[in-house]
Design a binder for this molecule. Structure first.
Ligand code: IDP
Ligand code: MG
Length: 150
């Protein structure tokens, strides 16, 4: 079973969309493994977005992400990384399909509401930035028994 990191960005909290976004993750069948309301600091922003530090948008992105509270969420499920990316939609909300979080709630690439790790390796790296091992919980749900491994 795969785990991935989701961040509800400051715009999701400012707009009061956390519940609706988390509902979509739960609706999809993903299991919550960790959740934290927090403020990202600049050191964490640089670490989390290390692949983007030299991009033109990095300063604006880091300033935004550290400006107000975020919610860090770990979810677990079959192919969780790809499932979450699909549920999020394309990076640019203008190009994101209707039915996705970004496609339904966003219009600006710099205010696209949600982060999700883009590979299992990135997920492992990013989860370790936001959660101590003991903050990620493993527990059984009755519906887990319905999942067929393939
Ligand atoms: P992703 O969040 O869909 O994985 P990335 O390419 O990893 O997209 O970019 C990280 C974040 O940086 C995006 O979610 C978005 O907030 C921001 N970003 C990416 N490209 C641009 C841009 O061209 N202008 C402004 N912000 C951008
Ligand atoms: Mg990314």
């Amino acid at each position: 079973m795969e785990r991935t990191l989701i961040l509800l960005k400051p715009d999701a909290l400012q707009r009061g969309l956390c519940g609706r976004i988390i509902a979509r993750l739960e609706d999809r069948g993903l299991k919550l493994a960790g959740m934290k309301l927090m403020r990202m600091d600049m050191a964490v922003a640089r670490k989390h977005y290390e692949a983007h530090v030299n991009r033109s948008f990095f300063v604006g992105l880091a300033e935004f992400m550290t400006s107000r509270p975020i919610v860090a969420i770990a979810v677990e499920g079959k192919n969780a990384v790809d499932v979450v990316r699909g549920t999020m939609g394309a990076t640019d909300p203008q190009k994101a399909a209707p039915g996705t979080v970004r496609g339904d709630f966003g219009i600006d690439i710099a205010r696209n509401l949600i982060h999700g790790s883009d590979s299992p390796e990135a997920a492992e790296r990013e989860l370790a930035i936001f959660f101590k091992p003991e903050e990620l919980l493993s527990y059984e749900r009755e519906t887990d028994r319905w999942i067929i491994e393939s």
